[in-house]
Design a protein around this ligand. Structure first.
Ligand code: BTN
Length: 258
């Protein structure tokens, strides 16, 4: 880890402090270490560059300068039974924040954010945490958004599948402002979740959903399931209708569109 550049404070009930680094391995790993020491949750770790950023399948997440690479560490006072909604709320918040910059997105369950024009991936989210059957101890939300980056800054195979806000709009976006907007929408989403307004959250997701009604393959625990993405449950799980008509519910998994 090199250099804490600055520490700023936010007027937010969810995230009160932002630690901004110049270079780290992974903001998620830094946030995990920090939350074990902090008495309170509610902070963000952001870094200009990550040298060992990782994605949901443990794969390397390329993080050159210009992207928003951040992790939000929170200790939410929620029942573990509704935890499946958190990735949904996070993806929605990123999508709304990008929309506020006139970038239209589609959501690919569980938490990929695609550009609406060509379905190229613009952002990804990984949600980790310590959760028992009785309580949610902490949650780390890792968010990676390709913002002020030319596609040439990524390795050749990756460039063909992704996009960036710079590629789409040709103008730069303030990373800190984007982060603050995401936090604003996250707070809004958490409030809705606590009030039991799951249907409202889901209907906002469905307006942006990219896979419901489509033929997909979900890989979960190394097994592939092919079927139609039928619907989401109230808590954000995917209901897949298999070829033989049986329905299976997934809390997470890797989705391939057919
Ligand atoms: C995915 O689509 O697989 C999720 C990618 C999440 C990447 C972000 S970048 C900031 C944070 N730190 C990490 O190491 N990963 C997440």
């Amino acid at each position: 880890m090199s250099g804490l550049l600055r520490k700023t404070y936010l007027d937010s009930d969810l995230i009160s402090t932002v630690f901004h680094f110049s270079e780290v391995g992974s903001t998620n790993n830094i946030a995990k270490k920090m939350i074990l020491k902090e008495k309170e949750g509610g902070f963000a770790v952001i870094s200009d560059i990550q040298t060992a950023g990782y994605g949901r399948r443990g794969d390397f997440w390329e993080s050159p300068k210009g992207g928003l690479w951040c992790s939000l560490a929170i200790k939410p006072d929620i029942n573990p039974s509704i935890i499946g909604l958190i990735p949904i709320i996070c993806a929605l918040s990123v999508s709304k924040a990008l929309e506020s910059h006139d970038i239209k997105t589609r959501l690919k369950w569980p938490n990929d954010i695609l550009h609406s024009r060509d379905e190229a991936k613009i952002a990804g989210i990984i949600v980790e945490g310590k959760v028992s059957s009785k309580m949610v101890e902490y949650i780390i939300i890792g968010i990676g958004i390709n913002v002020n980056i030319e596609l040439e800054q990524f390795s050749p195979p990756l460039r063909n599948h992704i996009t960036s806000t710079l590629k789409i709009k040709r103008t730069k976006i303030s990373l800190e402002e984007l982060l603050h907007t995401i936090i604003f929408y996250l707070e809004e989403g958490f409030d809705k979740m606590k009030k039991g307004e799951e249907n409202h959250i889901l209907s906002q997701w469905k307006q942006r959903d990219n896979i419901l009604g489509r033929k997909i393959v979900i890989t979960s625990n190394n097994i592939e399931y092919e079927g139609i993405a039928k619907d989401l449950t109230l808590y954000g799980q995917m209901i897949l209708e298999l070829v033989d008509g049986r329905k299976i519910t997934f809390s997470s998994g890797n989705v391939k569109l057919l």
